[in-house]
Write a new protein. Structure first.
Lengths: 584, 193
């Protein structure tokens, strides 16, 4: 056949994206991609998840990361005329917000540009998001952009932009010939209604090892008045690492708990936990000093399936590794594998991490026996053929490596912000919601709403920090007690067999999240991503209530060396956060 | 401009900039090939990034035996497309970072339609080849969807040249009129069947 080959150019990266991916690739291999993946502390793990969900919501609240790298003498942006009318603004950084506002204004585009200090957000309410109808079809609203690299915004008629884009796509002109005529975002002033405008809000974020090496910016279309941006601290420990309004709650958020408990009963249990927190003295009194380390010990459970009858993998045709991709297949045998993870974090954010494969527990006894008869092959993460794995005295598989905490050098500076949060329950809630209480009372939003769900999640994240003070933890439980509709359940068991009370919710497709705490000590025992119900139960071939990933918190304390741990039975020290009900 | 052999030697000694140059030079052709094989943009982008993460990981063991890095890269791409889930898992963190790098195209309808059209054409255009048995499919895919010569295809798949020729002949028999025209301009004369 001599059918002409289709034009693949719409599916291939353009020069801007290619350069950005090159930089990300180099960054990845420089960090040691391909070596045993240093699975990080629970704090980092959660942040990644949060980032993932933020990206999924990109259509609404979009973000663009600009590299702040480059010559410090260069201007923050440049304006170049565009073929066919209008201009292209090349933005290197947002550090000259008023200049950029003026440039957009000159080009015919009303805009507010904000450059905020790291860890701050604009006080809400700020503006009402909207969408613009583009001439010739389509709409545009908040946009998702990633970095590093220069971001270009075109301002001018859509028609000329489309013509340029068409020439590029058909290969009539190359990217270099077409220059800046095809911008990343094209704004047509004629498409904006008189009450619509553009809001760009950015602040520095960690990039390439530099805590403020990059930046993240929200591009949005606003309707009506845009208030001046008043920077207020972003909620620490929040589920969004960049401090933008939380991604919790929303229409798919359904509190998961015991429906037989009245709202008053749930509130009473949570106030009781607050009392326990107030009376407790088992706190870390601060971050590690020079030469000391924060030591944490957790057990992580992973739901994966072993599938020796699945299609063979690799040139050797070996049975499949444990994998979470095959959970639903006919021949897959679901199991939880448990790993003991110890992390020593130095003041400068460097870590030593040790992971020990504890045990593999199949959901069915028959599967367990079959796996044992096959010689108990380890999960992929502990396969000696793939990773640098040793054995401890008891013959268990161990990985031991050095890494860096998520926030690098700033690990403990960030946590210090916890100490500045109010310890009055209502003031705490308003602070993490970025709301000014203005002297009056503002009722808490129900847990099943966008704001209420985000608040529940942020309060639980605060409770998870070993450096949170007793009074802050008490305030967090009291604030939770006041939120209507929190999903609450008693007598739930964590991955290590400890029993506690749980707060949970379903997010989508039967997947959800659960935090378990000990009501007597108020200590958080575990947090888990859960399979609560259909359709996930069916798709993964597991019963409702199976954890998909669970982290059980055993110990946290300050130690003097990376060889030192906290004794299993040592419950009394002022440092230990594990409850005495630990079961091995 | 440095040639691929120089860039590869520097990459092997840990020079990330040389590695970046190789990426910029070959990423589009690797992605084109993966697009043809998978007819899925996300899978092709992830497979492309995985190819480069894999050659970096194995850089000490991999030798470049041709002037161009294409056969090496496409040979790895071939393996990754065949069992892509496993390697992607190994690199999942890095893949997320690479996937989210760079501005994503704006949501203009025209661009979205162009992408959907291109995917549809890939699906239709590759149907015959994707229906072949694996051994023949892999040889023919490289012939039709990359710029490799027969010798380079042999190199990419670690097969003797004669085997490449015989598999192509069998594929031609099976496909008849649907056998794609090789991109003749790039083939040295000695390589014609």
């Amino acid at each position: 056949v001599t059918k002409p080959k289709p034009d693949l150019s719409p599916l291939l990266p353009d020069d801007v994206i290619l350069k950005a991916r090159r930089a990300a690739l180099i960054d990845s291999v420089s960090r040691g991609a391909g070596r045993p993946r240093p699975k990080s502390s629970w704090r980092r793990h959660r942040l990644r998840l949060a980032l993932g969900s933020a990206v999924a919501l990109a259509a609404v609240a979009a973000a663009l990361i600009l590299s702040a790298s480059g010559d410090s003498t260069s201007k923050a942006f440049a304006v170049v005329p565009r073929e066919g009318g209008g201009v292209t603004i090349k933005i290197f950084s947002l550090e000259d917000p008023s200049g950029l506002e003026q440039a957009l204004e000159d080009a015919g585009m009303r805009a507010q540009v904000n450059w905020l200090p790291a860890g701050t957000v604009c006080r809400e309410p700020h503006y009402t998001p909207s969408r613009v109808h583009i001439p010739g079809g389509g709409t545009m609203g908040g946009m998702s952009m990633g970095g590093p690299g220069v971001v270009t915004i075109g301002v001018g008629p859509t028609k000329s932009y489309r013509e340029s884009f068409g020439k590029l796509r058909r290969g009539e002109l190359s990217q270099s010939e077409i220059g800046d005529s095809v911008a990343n975002i094209n704004l047509d002033p004629a498409a904006f209604r008189p009450d619509q405008s553009v809001v760009l809000t950015g602040s520095p974020v960690p990039y390439n090892g530099d805590p403020e090496g990059g930046s993240i910016t929200k591009f949005d279309v606003a309707k009506g008045t845009v208030k001046p941006c008043e920077p207020v601290p972003a909620p620490p420990g929040g589920n969004n690492p960049h401090g933008f309004p939380g991604t919790g709650g929303g229409p798919d958020y359904i509190p998961q708990g015991d429906r037989g408990l009245s709202r008053a009963a749930v509130a009473a249990y949570l106030h009781h936990a607050a009392d326990a927190a107030r009376g407790s003295d088992a706190q870390l009194d601060g971050p590690p000093r020079q030469g000391q380390f924060l030591y944490t010990k957790t057990i992580e459970a992973h739901l994966e399936a072993w599938d020796p009858d699945g299609p063979p993998s690799g040139s050797t045709g070996k049975p499949r590794y444990f994998t979470d991709r095959q959970l639903g297949s006919e021949t897959a045998m679901p199991a939880l594998w448990l790993v003991t993870k110890e992390v020593w974090t130095a003041r400068d954010g460097t870590t030593r991490e040790r992971e020990t494969l504890d045990r593999v527990e199949f959901l069915s006894n028959a599967h367990q026996r079959r796996w044992e008869r096959a010689g108990s092959p380890p999960p992929f993460e502990f396969d000696p053929a793939e990773h640098d794995v040793g054995r401890d005295g008891a013959g268990r598989l161990v990985k031991d490596y050095r890494a860096t905490a998520f926030r690098g050098k700033r690990e403990f500076k960030y946590l210090a912000r916890l100490s500045r949060l109010p310890t009055d329950p209502e003031a705490l809630r308003l602070a993490i919601e970025n709301r000014d209480n203005g002297g009056g009372l503002v009722d808490p939003s129900p847990a099943a709403t966008q704001r209420g769900g985000a608040t529940v999640e942020t309060l639980l994240e605060i409770l998870r920090e070993p450096l949170a003070s007793a009074s802050l933890r008490a305030a967090a439980f009291d604030a939770l007690a006041e939120i209507p509709g929190v999903g609450f359940e008693r007598g739930v068991i964590d991955a290590t067999g400890r029993r506690g009370d749980a707060i949970g919710w379903v997010r989508e497709r039967g997947f959800g999240r659960r935090y378990i705490f000990d009501p007597r000590t108020s200590r958080l025992l575990a947090q888990a991503e859960m399979i609560f119900g259909p359709p996930s139960t069916g798709e993964n071939g597991v019963p409702a209530g199976t954890p998909f990933r669970e982290t059980a918190y055993l110990q946290a304390g300050i130690v003097d060396s990376t060889e030192e741990a906290i004794d299993e039975g040592d419950d009394g020290g002022p440092l230990a956060t594990a409850s005495s009900t630990d079961r091995k | 401009m440095a040639n691929d052999l120089d860039l590869w030697e520097r990459t092997r000694s840990g020079d990330t900039e040389a590695f970046g140059d190789l990426y910029e030079r070959h990423a589009r052709s690797v992605q084109s090939y993966c697009l043809w094989r998978t007819a899925d943009l996300q899978a092709a982008e992830d497979a492309t990034a995985t190819v480069f993460l894999e050659i970096w990981r194995k850089r000490q063991r991999l030798k470049l035996t041709t002037d161009s890095a294409s056969p090496l890269l496409l040979g790895i791409a071939n393996n990754i497309v065949r069992r892509h889930w496993r390697r992607q898992r190994r690199h999942s963190d890095a893949l997320n970072r690479i996937r989210n790098a760079g501005p994503t195209p704006s949501d203009f309808e025209a661009e979205a339609i162009a992408r959907v059209d291109a995917i549809q054409q890939l699906r239709d255009g590759g149907e015959a080849i994707r229906g072949l048995p694996r051994r023949e499919r892999e040889v023919l895919a490289l012939l039709a969807w990359s710029d490799l010569s027969y010798a380079e295809i042999a190199e990419a798949l670690r097969l003797p040249l004669g085997t490449v020729r015989s598999r192509l002949a069998r594929a031609r028999e099976r496909l008849g009129a649907a056998f794609p025209d090789p991109p003749a301009a790039t083939k040295p004369a000695e390589d014609s069947l």
